[in-house]
Design a protein around this ligand. Structure first.
Ligand code: BG6
Length: 511
């Protein structure tokens, strides 16, 4: 952090201030940071929306969203929380807002963070008009003030729109003033991927195609498309909503080369290299390497679960996917030939996000192979489950809700025979440190205030992710090329997803 901004009062201006994100995530994050004495300076929150609300009405709505036992954390910041009405698409209304924001800040230099919790279609206009109205400007104030813009996902709808948006933003602001959020990067366990890989020399020698058979990354959710979200989701789908950002960010952290330092650009340079090395999906391979599906109606545990088409606001002829599984390949020296199996679905039986690195089996099986059985028959028996003692070593990194790391390995069973059994080394974040991991938004807000862009996405990262996703989406657009499967709500997705393991040991993790 630049020392001159360490004590600078911060003005967090939330555009879309009456929305869910401000209420559920941003203001609680400010309250918790303040309680922890972070940052040193005070944070003034200004919610901005088109509705004509008073400060008092805004504060009441925010306070009501706190669990009763935490409401005192809100009370401690309440006098620094304000509401002003303005329209981000109207420059005159933003000019008035600028005067109001300056008045609220007082005469002192202020670090101003404009948080765009808006409909994505408004991002480009908002940035241009915020600059035209003088709410942000390209250069930091003399004396250490700053003007930064935080942009929520989704950043673009495809590569072309993401590029156009990056161009529009760069016409107004320098790249270092733009903080594109992917909230996964603020999660402790995601940040620990860097720690695990680059603080522990034991992993590096085996972290490559010679020793890793496959990597699987899952973001499984039990929720369906929540009320009020279909307008966004039906035009978006699982690939754009979660794979393009959260899943590919996990992949980048797992597969990147060691950075030369933890400097934001050093880390992001390595991530972008991996994303650029993702082989675009060839349409001819699309049916073999990718599966898409949507949840259908089902009865689970005595409850009727609606199918996606019955969700409020979903078009009756929708072809939007709520589940995607793809077998991606990273075409570089370290990873060539190692499948990265990526899966995300809504309305699955269990909520979990996880990375599994599966190591190769030993070249020769000395154990558990019954006398007289050929090696080939033995391997077949292992994969069809008729013999199941020997499994590859798997490093499991639980991102949420079980924040853990586990390494499975084989041990000799007690007894006269030389038969092996499965065991595991386990580490659990909460049990080990005795604390709840902080919410991602606390970390991200603090970093945005401190100007640390490591956990935010750079323009080229976003574009590289879209390049890969576009190749999958284009293959899906070919009529009849890749079917849209249906899976009963509350199940693990279509069986077709299992074939992505072809030629490899194992199957999809169930968390
Ligand atoms: C959001 C998606 O980015 O991530 C949602 O838009 C999804 O559809 C959510 O539910 C998942 O985030 P988390 O932190 O609950 O795993």
């Amino acid at each position: 952090m630049n020392p001159s901004v360490a004590n600078l009062p911060i003005q967090l201006v939330i555009f879309g201030g009456t929305g869910d994100l401000a209420r559920r995530k941003l203001v609680p994050a400010v309250a918790r940071l303040t309680r922890a004495g972070l940052p040193e300076a005070r944070i003034q929150v200004v919610g901005v929306g088109r509705r004509d609300w008073s400060d008092a009405a805004f504060r009441t709505t925010l306070r009501d969203a706190f669990p009763p036992h935490e409401a005192s954390a809100f009370d401690a910041i309440a006098q620094d929380v304000h509401y002003r009405s303005a329209d981000v698409a109207d420059v005159e209304s933003l000019e008035t807002l600028r005067t109001e924001l300056d008045a609220l800040a007082g005469r002192r230099e202020t670090g101003r963070l404009c948080y765009l919790a808006l409909r994505p279609g408004l991002f480009g206009t908002a940035v241009a008009l915020l600059r035209a109205a003088g709410i942000v400007h390209r250069h930091d104030h003399e004396g250490g003030g700053f003007r930064r813009v935080v942009v929520e996902k989704p950043f673009g709808h495809d590569l072309a729109s993401a590029r156009a948006l990056n161009d529009a933003v760069h016409r107004e602001l320098d790249e270092h003033q733009v903080l594109r959020i992917d909230h996964y990067l603020g999660k402790e366990t995601v940040r620990n991927l860097l720690g695990l890989r680059f603080h522990n020399a034991v992993f590096e020698p085996v972290w490559n195609r010679h020793h890793v058979e496959l990597v699987q990354i899952t973001v499984a959710e039990t929720i369906g498309v929540e009320q009020g979200r279909a307008g966004y989701y039906d035009g978006t789908g699982a690939m754009r909503d979660v794979v393009q950002n959260h899943v590919l960010q996990l992949l980048a952290l797992v597969a990147m080369e060691p950075p030369s330092s933890l400097d934001a650009d050093a880390v992001r340079n390595q991530k972008v290299e991996v994303l650029r090395a993702l082989s675009p999906l060839d349409p001819a391979d699309a049916p073999r390497l990718g599966v898409r599906a949507r949840y259908g109606p089902a009865i689970a545990g005595g409850t009727t679960l609606r199918g996606y088409l019955d969700e409020e606001g979903v078009a009756p002829d929708s072809t939007t996917e709520t589940f995607v599984a793809v077998r991606a390949e990273i075409d570089n020296w370290r990873w060539r030939g190692v499948p990265f199996l990526l899966r995300h679905g809504k309305r699955m039986p269990k909520r979990f996000t996880e990375v599994q690195v599966q190591f190769r089996m030993p070249p020769i099986q000395l154990f558990n192979q019954p006398d007289g059985m050929s090696a080939a028959a033995y391997r077949r028996a292992l994969s069809d489950g008729s013999l199941c003692e020997i499994r590859p070593n798997v490093l499991t990194i639980g991102i949420q809700p079980d924040e853990r790391i586990g390494l499975s390995f084989g041990v000799k069973r007690p007894g006269p025979e030389m038969l092996m059994a499965q065991a595991a080394l386990e580490f659990d974040y909460r049990a080990h440190f005795g604390v709840e991991p902080a919410d991602a938004y606390e970390r991200l807000l603090l970093d945005a205030i401190n100007g640390d862009a490591t956990l935010f996405l750079r323009a080229d990262e976003i574009e590289a992710s879209w390049r890969y996703c576009d190749s999958v989406l284009a293959a899906w657009r070919e009529p009849g090329a890749v079917p849209l499967h249906e899976y009963p709500a509350g199940t693990w997705g279509p069986e077709a997803a299992d074939r992505l393991f072809q030629g490899c040991e194992g199957g999809w993790s169930r968390g």
